[in-house]
Design a protein around this ligand. Structure first.
Ligand code: PHE
Length: 342
């Protein structure tokens, strides 16, 4: 009986879908659903079924009947027939779920626009580059201990006779000398280079792949006040007018003097709490471009000077007010439950 019903359903649906005109459909309706139709005949066999079978077969019977009725109805509606189910057009619709850009993509767009509005040009330089651009041109000769800080991945590829080994860029500073070359050693330069970087480090505050944004300004008469003014402007725009920045003396081979930039903690507003260092959070490095770097980019250091800074996008984003991420790796876990929060 079950097989019979199943076959009736298959056959009827095939005929309805194939059936072209209204007359054929009317005929099928009478044939299957009519008083003396196929289903009515089958129903007559019901009393002879074992009682435990009845419920099961009854359910299938109703299902088959419903499917045939629906199919006749839909086909009729499609061909402009009168049997359209009534629709209340005033009911609110069902909204499809909306996606959004990844928080890091949004942060990158916001950072670029803050700098573009004050005359910086967004550039991008290779994320796989020669040792020369990543280290040597930045006043870090081969074997210099300062290189250790950059936990670098080396690519298994032939060395270049002048530019050295191939590396996954551990910072965006490789764009500095590349930008000097792009402008053919004729400043002014006002660039912001935002790109992926890679380091052999993975913990709550480090992912192997991350992003940095690197500012570089070179012109006549550029001094530390320009650096401080630019940083203050960025901090107020990105974090909010209540946040302050400070420069703390530091050391980088490619800047002299060098600084680390701190921003006031958004939790305690600079008073000092468990999450910060006496009210300050560390943003990243900055400084005045070292004359040896200008020389590597063939820029006359007697005439021109400049400043540079390079900070992690993810890190900077995490310090924004109201955003609390206790493990930076979550950003790249592709977990929709995490991402929909932003
Ligand atoms: N490249 C440095 C880093 O990765 C940051 C930096 C950029 C410092 C530019 C000074 C000037 O930590």
């Amino acid at each position: 009986m079950r097989d019979k019903l199943q076959n009736i359903k298959n056959e009827a649906l095939a005929l309805i879908i194939a059936g072209a005109d209204q007359a054929e459909k009317d005929r099928l309706r009478v044939h299957y659903l009519g008083k003396k139709g196929v289903l009515a005949e089958i129903a007559k066999e019901f009393p002879s079924l074992a009682s435990d079978e009845k419920a099961d077969v009854g359910e299938l019977f109703n299902d088959v009947k419903q499917a045939i009725t629906n199919a006749l109805g839909t086909v009729q509606a499609e061909s402009g027939g009168a049997a359209l189910p009534s629709v209340d057009v005033t009911l609110p619709g069902v909204k499809p779920p909306l996606g959004h850009l990844h928080p890091v993509t949004k942060a990158i767009a916001e950072i670029s626009s803050i700098f573009e509005r004050i005359g910086f040009t967004r550039v991008r330089y290779p994320e796989v580059d020669w040792d020369w651009y990543a280290f040597e041109s930045l006043n870090m000769p081969k074997g210099h201990p300062a290189r250790d800080e950059w936990e670098t991945f080396f690519v298994d590829a032939p060395d270049h006779s002048k530019l050295g080994k191939v590396v996954l860029t551990p910072h965006t500073s490789n764009g500095q000398v590349r930008e000097m070359e792009r402008v053919k050693a004729t400043p002014p330069i006002r660039m912001v280079n935002i790109a992926k970087c890679y380091r052999r480090q993975s913990d709550v505050s480090h992912t192997v792949m991350f992003h940095q944004f690197e500012g570089l300004v070179i012109d006549e008469g550029i001094n530390i006040t320009h650096l401080k003014g630019t940083i203050d402007h960025f901090v107020k725009q990105f974090f909010g007018p209540q946040r302050k920045s400070r420069l703390r003396p530091y050391h980088f081979q490619f800047t002299e003097p060098s600084f680390e930039v701190d921003v006031t903690c958004d939790i305690c507003n600079g008073r000092g709490c468990k999450l910060c260092k006496e009210g300050w959070l560390e943003l990243g490095g900055a400084g005045m471009v070292h004359p040896n770097v200008l020389k590597a980019g063939k820029i006359d250091s007697a005439k021109y000077s400049g400043f540079a800074f390079g900070w992690g996008v993810e890190r900077t984003y995490m310090m924004k007010s109201g955003i609390k991420i206790d493990d930076l790796r979550l950003l790249y876990s592709n977990d929709i439950r995490f991402l929909t929060q932003f």
